[in-house]
Design a protein around this ligand. Structure first.
Ligand SMILES: *Cc1c(COP(=O)(O)O)cnc(C)c1O
Length: 391
């Protein structure tokens, strides 16, 4: 008999009833150190009082309002995002997938309004952009698209890191190039700064719009507010979600005035997108994360964690192959199956998340403390040691 919850997820057997900062707690009081943060979502930890207070205050005043009316919290968050980034304008969604949908629509509408037949979107192998028809077509991965055809047409995938294939794929039919500056689900693979620069140049040469998917790598995760800032290049359109709501469902599409020019009155909408609750929390997240001192701390702690992880890998060469990633978006490439490493972590009350390419991901809350980093390493060390005994 089919479970009452549609079984599309393989779920770990823990049942958490409470969160506190970087900790997740079961009914019987068993405490897990959460280095997954809901897959890069809980950027300020669980049950952060700054965020829960913002939510409660807004809930007591007004918790839903249609986009047919003025929403001050939404206006404020849009102003914060445009002030802090390349973007001139923002549309709020409830998820990364919805942000992908709009990014694709926006890019196509831009060219359509110019009267040009340019609808092709070039994306990359190993990419993840969500689970809607557009998002799975963009990824192209067999496990995501199989059985769901006919797929939304107009997407091609270039092998990640293949410059020649990219040059060949981007033509005068290309409306946009879509890329994660750091692949998340693909196994924590940063795009080198030089490649992002080259991609920007290629888009400028051909006129194609450049879309960055910063759903996972954005909002302070890499030690800059957005990951592309490291490369010193800006996209035309950017997808944001996950961290921006700190755990409350919120996403956004940020765009330049030019790229957004086709999205005129009535061309897009959302019932819940940009609702007062989500934006109240988003403002609280931005007020904390979009701050030089906060980001400097992220970088310092990222350096500390990275150094300790290098030690962990060196101590367990039969479990781990290496460390990669940027900021607090870190992948441990495993020699043993990554799902076994995740399980060994659970057994030692530390949570990490699997990714493709036999990687486990560490995406801790950005406000994790030095002591918690030390504790995380101890637990991972015990978990790795237990695997050696078993092997
Ligand atoms: C999670 C993710 C998405 C999809 O976001 P949802 O909120 O799950 O719809 C899109 N792109 C990237 C890079 C992601 O990590």
């Amino acid at each position: 008999m089919i479970p009452s919850v549609l079984p599309t997820y393989s779920r770990a057997p823990m049942t958490f009833v409470k969160g506190e900062g970087v900790w997740l707690i079961e009914e019987d009081g068993r405490r897990f150190l959460d280095l997954g943060a809901g897959i890069a979502v809980n950027v300020l930890g669980h049950a952060n009082p700054v965020l829960t207070d913002a939510l409660k205050t807004q809930a007591d005043a007004l918790w839903h309002l249609s986009n047919l009316y003025q929403i001050p919290a939404q206006q404020e968050l849009a102003d914060r995002l445009t002030e802090a980034t390349f973007a001139d304008t923002v549309f709020f969604t409830n998820s990364g997938t919805e942000a992908c949908e709009l990014a694709v629509k926006m890019a196509r509408k831009y060219w359509s309004d110019l009267g040009e037949d340019r609808a092709e979107i070039v994306a990359f192998t190993g990419a993840f952009h969500g689970r809607s028809s557009a998002a799975i077509a963009a990824s192209g991965a067999e496990k995501m698209v199989k059985g769901f055809g006919p797929l939304l047409p107009g997407f091609t995938q270039v092998p990640f890191g293949d410059h020649d294939a990219l040059r060949a794929a981007v033509t005068d039919k290309t409306c946009a190039v879509l890329i994660e500056p750091v692949q998340g689900e693909g196994g924590i693979i940063p795009v080198p700064d030089q490649c992002l620069k080259g991609l920007r140049d290629l888009c400028d040469e051909t006129g194609a719009l450049l879309i960055f998917d910063e759903v996972q790598c954005g909002v302070g995760r890499t030690g800059k507010l957005f990951a592309h800032e490291w490369a010193g290049v800006a996209p035309d359109i950017m997808m944001v979600a996950k961290g921006i709501g700190g755990g409350f469902p919120l996403g956004a599409v940020l765009a330049t005035e030019k790229a957004a020019s086709g999205m005129t009155l009535g061309t897009h909408g959302s019932t819940y997108g940009g609702n007062p609750l989500a934006c109240a929390v988003g403002n609280a997240v931005m007020a904390t994360v979009a701050d030089e001192a906060f980001l400097a701390e992220v970088n310092r702690k990222a350096g500390l964690l990275r150094q300790k992880l290098e030690g962990l890998v060196a101590a367990h060469p039969d479990v781990f192959e290496g460390v990669r990633g940027t900021g607090l978006m870190i992948g441990l490439k495993c020699k043993l199956p990554n799902t076994d490493v995740v399980q060994a972590g659970f057994d030692h009350e530390v949570i990490v998340v699997p990714a493709a390419d036999n990687v486990v991901r560490l995406l801790p809350p950005l406000n994790i403390t030095d002591d918690e980093i030390a504790e995380a390493i101890q637990r991972l060390d015990k978990a790795a040691a237990s695997m050696k005994v078993a092997a």
